[in-house]
Design a protein around this ligand. Structure first.
Ligand SMILES: Nc1ncnc2c1ncn2[C@@H]1O[C@H](COP(=O)(O)OP(=O)(O)OP(=O)(O)O)[C@@H](O)[C@H]1O
Ligand SMILES: O=c1ccn([C@@H]2O[C@H](COP(=O)(O)O)[C@@H](O)[C@H]2O)c(=O)[nH]1
Length: 240
């Protein structure tokens, strides 16, 4: 079935933290398998999919810095965590017959190919799911920024942020029970109101490149497909 959708090519930013499932750390393979099946559904709809996965289920550089350690080394460790998650997702995708490739911003040729924009777009044109590992390849960034960067590089129609919550709220809904959800909000408003659903660099990059951000819960099975069909619960971050 080919989709009659407004999205031809999307970049999915999948939460690293979500991969833990009910565990306190690491990867719950059943969660990775479920995310893979959501991506497979999007592919069946004819949508080209690039993926950036976070590393929060394994390591964040700030954890080192907050204990007085070296931030840059901590960030390198965080980027390696995203490679581990990317390899896990590729395994789950291949298991269900979805052609997928990992391109890393940090060269590790024994494990996966290195990223280049030309290679990424060529693979996507062929219908492969491209998983972008290693973040931006630079410390002091996050995988949200990597997602906005890769979305711009591959000419994505939208950046889907599959996260722990079902949209952008007036405050962090995990901390403020009175926070209210937006159906629609502009990039500028997210930045100006200091809503920390994504880091400011990521939102600014998406804004400059006219890329809408769709924030939805990655825990909702079939959530990606629903939103691609114009249904489902989410917040659309876009300028009018
Ligand atoms: N205004 C807001 N609206 C929605 N969520 C918010 C807001 N402010 C803070 N948050 C929090 O932001 C979190 C998502 O941010 P973050 O990118 O760190 O998580 P993630 O998607 O799990 O990423 P990672 O891949 O790094 O694990 C949500 O779980 C939510 O608690
Ligand atoms: O471009 C990047 C991307 C990520 N990092 C480091 O990796 C961890 C994990 O990424 P999350 O976005 O937090 O899930 C991040 O905390 C950074 O330490 C990076 O340095 N550069």
């Amino acid at each position: 079935m080919t989709a009659t959708l407004s999205y031809r090519r999307v970049l999915l930013k999948a939460s690293g933290e979500a991969l833990m499932g009910d565990q306190k750390f690491g990867i719950d393979v059943s969660v990775v398998d479920r995310i893979a099946s959501d991506i497979a559904e999007a592919r069946k709809m004819g949508v080209e999919v690039g993926v950036v996965i976070g590393g929060g289920n394994i390591f964040r550089g700030l954890a080192v810095a907050s204990k007085g350690g070296d931030r840059v080394t901590g960030d390198h460790m965080g980027m390696l965590a995203t490679v581990i998650n990317s390899l896990a997702l590729r395994t789950s995708l291949v298991k269900i017959g979805v052609d997928a490739v990992v391109l890393s911003a940090i060269a590790m040729p024994e494990l996966c190919e290195s990223f280049s924009q030309r290679k990424a777009t060529a693979y996507m044109d062929e219908g492969k799911v491209v998983i972008f590992a290693g973040g931006t390849g630079n410390p002091f960034f996050t995988t949200d920024s990597a997602a906005a960067l890769r979305a711009a590089e591959i000419g994505a129609d939208a950046l889907f942020k599959g996260t722990q919550v079902d949209g952008v709220y007036s405050a962090d809904p995990k901390k403020d029970p009175f926070a209210t959800r937006f159906d629609h909000i502009s990039h500028a408003e997210v930045i100006n109101r200091g809503l920390s659903i994504m880091d400011t660099a990521a939102i600014a990059l998406a804004r400059e490149n006219n890329i809408p951000i769709i924030v939805y819960s990655i825990h909702e099975q079939g959530g990606l497909g629903q939103i691609l069909r114009g249904k489902g619960r989410c917040t659309v971050v876009a300028d009018e």
